[in-house]
Design a protein around this ligand. Structure first.
Ligand code: NAD
Ligand code: WQD
Length: 344
């Protein structure tokens, strides 16, 4: 297909896997990233997998004139997959304005330029965090959006509203993808999640503890109303997630969308508890984890997993990878990091 796909945040965790998936489907693409939470070396790693380093523009999407210059330079853009955002929930509570500014101004700048330059199709990274603790499980796309627990979560809710209203008043079409909990890494072990500092999320915490980078994993609460008392999440493989982005942008490019604005859950439909995740990790890697049960973490949802029927039916997409496979690739990546794979 002629024309380029822009991947904002393409040096980051989910973006880099999506760049690989797009490349494998033959798409021409260009990455925008300001590297605030990633490293340019990830583009070299992508090149090792695909044989081609993606075109790259180091750009802060909050820079309105920079965004306009980008769209002037690349006049053959077909669609945009917008991953770029800050994503640390705790940090967003500490620095709310940093989050509102970065995540919202970047989106507004992007939409403005898309309108101005006649680029129609946008895929947006949203999150299951918009559901809070759902009243019914599994949670489907019709469930009400609950008051956000954090400024980060609120940026996702507001972004969805900004996009929906822009679509209503322009020729732009968009799909918001609400990810559940992305984990795992590319099977090559060459790209994966690269948390800066101490990770926030469970799986990087597990792998960093297993490799000895962190002394101990804390399990945040075992007194929830779940079978083993620990929280339940729908962990989805990052490669499955990447594939869904290719399908979503193609859906619009091929005029297959049912409405100018659509929302899909991206999960497996299966929930696993924190303890099940730890036990599965120990089983597939043979590594015993040093962990202790501590108090609950503020703001944690007790349990959530996706109703995937709508995405399965409409996108013709289904998550394939099982938890043990996701944990294996996450572990391979962590071991490669420890062996200095990014320094070579
Ligand atoms: P990530 O931090 O690895 O990737 C985001 C990338 O965006 C980084 O490379 C960062 O440098 C870049 N970026 C941030 N602000 C920018 C700006 N103003 N201009 C240009 N580049 C900028 O995060 P990820 O895990 O790959 O997440 C991608 C998207 O998915 C984010 O929007 C995130 O909120 C969303 N999401 C992530 C998760 C998750 O658990 N990882 C879950 C749900 C939704
Ligand atoms: C999973 C489970 C923790 C770390 C976050 C964001 C959400 C979305 C996905 C972007 C929970 C427990 C964790 C640890 C633990 N991101 N845990 N010890 O909380 O579902 O969601 O990422 O949109 O917005 O809030 O994911 O990986 O942080 O936690 O026991 O050291 O693991 O309590 O039950 P979460 P997580």
């Amino acid at each position: 297909m002629a024309g380029k796909i822009v991947v904002t945040g393409g040096a980051g965790y989910i973006g880099s896997h999506t760049v690989v998936a797009l490349h494998q489907k033959g798409y021409d693409l260009v990455v925008i990233d300001n590297l605030v939470n990633s490293s340019e070396v990830m583009l070299d790693m992508i090149a090792k997998i695909t044989g081609q380093r993606p075109a790259f523009e180091k750009l802060d999407l909050c820079d309105e004139s920079g965004v306009r210059s980008f769209f002037t330079k690349y006049d053959d853009i077909k669609g945009v997959i917008h991953f770029a955002a800050l994503k640390a929930v705790g940090e967003s509570v500490e620095y709310p304005l940093r989050y509102y500014h970065n995540n919202l101004v970047s989106l507004v700048n992007l939409l403005r330029s898309m309108e101005e330059f006649g680029v129609r199709d946008l895929v947006f990274s949203s999150s299951c965090t918009v559901y809070g603790q759902p009243d019914q499980l599994p949670v489907n796309e019709q469930a009400p959006v609950k008051k956000a627990e954090s400024p980060y979560g609120n940026t996702k809710q507001i972004s969805e509203e900004i996009i929906e209203e822009t679509v209503r008043s322009s020729s732009i079409r968009a799909i918001s993808l609400r990810y559940f909990n992305p984990i795992g890494a590319h099977e090559s072990g060459l790209i994966g999640e690269l948390p800066l500092g101490v990770p926030n999320n469970l799986v990087p915490f597990i792998t960093q503890t297993a490799i000895g980078k962190l002394p101990k994993l804390r399990v945040f609460g075992d007194d929830y109303n779940t079978p083993d008392g620990t929280c339940i999440r729908d962990y989805i493989d990052v490669n499955d997630l990447a594939g869904a982005h290719v399908v979503a942008i193609e859906r619009m490019l091929r005029e297959k969308n049912d409405a100018p604005y659509e929302v899909f859950n991206l999960g497996t439909g299966k929930g696993y508890s924190v303890m099940e995740t730890i036990k599965t990790f120990e089983k597939v890697t043979g590594v015993n984890l040093n962990y202790e049960i501590t108090g609950r973490r503020a703001g944690d949802i007790e349990q959530v997993w996706a109703d995937t029927k709508y995405a399965n039916l409409k996108l013709g997409w289904k998550a394939e990878k099982e938890l043990d496979e996701m944990l294996k690739t996450a572990w391979r990546w962590e071991k490669n990091l420890a062996a200095g794979i990014l320094d070579k």
